[in-house]
Design a protein around this ligand. Structure first.
Ligand code: NAD
Length: 260
């Protein structure tokens, strides 16, 4: 896949989907800054990079804190000279019925998923505007924002819906700087978040974890459980020259679960 933009920053890249995206983009020759609240996990991702010619850096940042976001962007620019692709992947959730959610859950989830994504997008766009290079911003939403019936919880669904709306407006307002903004909406993907969700549902419903997974798969036409690498392929496409005229869109990667 052709690429013009080299320097990438990926939040939440110490595990799961962010880790898979980092590994794939490194393989394709990008310089990758792996950001995570847990620096050791970000470093572990970099140890797995196959392409040793492309540059990499592990950065510690909590994306719910604006001062840490600003420092993160400075560290990326210090390491690579510029920032071309920002992937706002970090996100959190826990499994809960709507009636059991509380204010603490609301702030925890929204501070990371909604506020963190917005201020990372804004800081990255500022840097791209200053460079006059244009760039790409990719936000991680979820099929939870599209009405997926087994979403982990309602606050999470709302936070991911906010990301889809943000993606549309940011694309409209940042297009003049040649910045494309898109979102990815994965269905359940086999990472730590989903392993915990399956465990909780299995205990709640007194069913085996296998039964819970089969339940998730019942409406998936392609019949495969998403792997982190499936999401990474979409992130690679949205980072490449091949997607240069695509902006403001949110793409499901879900085996056909929710046609849109
Ligand atoms: N796994 C799924 O089924 C699924 C489905 C749809 C959407 N998503 C979304 O994809 C993204 C990645 O999910 P995942 O399954 O890989 O999760 P994960 O829990 O495996 O990894 C998330 C990473 O984010 C980091 N992180 C958490 N809070 C952070 C913060 N405040 N600042 C910086 N880093 C932080 C964690 O340390 C972890 O390394 C999330 O936004 C999630 O909502 C996941």
């Amino acid at each position: 896949m052709k690429r013009n933009f080299n320097n990438v920053c990926i939040t939440g890249s110490g595990n799961g989907i962010g880790k898979a995206i980092s590994i794939l983009l490194n393989k394709h020759g990008h310089n990758v800054a792996c950001v995570d609240i847990n620096l050791e996990d970000a470093k572990k991702t970099i140890y797995e990079f196959e392409n040793k010619v492309a540059r990499s850096v592990a950065i510690s940042a909590d994306i719910s804190i604006i001062s840490q976001i600003k420092k993160m962007i400075k560290e990326v620019v210090y390491s690579f000279g510029s920032l071309h692709i920002m992937i706002n992947n970090a996100g959190v959730t826990r499994t809960s019925d709507i009636m059991k959610l509380n204010e603490q859950d609301w702030y925890w989830i929204n501070n990371i998923n909604s506020k963190g994504t917005f201020f990372c997008l804004q800081a990255a766009a500022n840097q791209m505007k200053f460079q006059k290079t244009g760039g790409r911003i990719i936000n991680m939403s979820s099929v939870g924002a599209r009405g997926f019936v087994d979403v982990s919880n309602a606050i999470y669904a709302g936070s991911k819906g906010a990301i889809i709306s943000l993606t549309k407006t940011a694309a409209q307002q940042l297009g003049k700087y040649n910045i494309n903004v898109n979102a990815i909406c994965p269905s359940p993907t086999y990472t730590e978040i989903v392993k915990k969700l399956i465990k909780t549902r299995s205990l709640e419903q007194n069913k085996s974890e296998n039964e819970i997974m089969k339940h998730y798969m019942r409406d998936v036409p392609l019949g495969r459980f998403n792997q982190p690498e499936d999401i990474a392929e979409m992130a690679l496409f949205l980072s490449s020259e091949s997607s240069k005229n695509i902006s403001g869109q949110s793409f499901n990667v879900d085996g056909g679960l929710i046609p849109s």
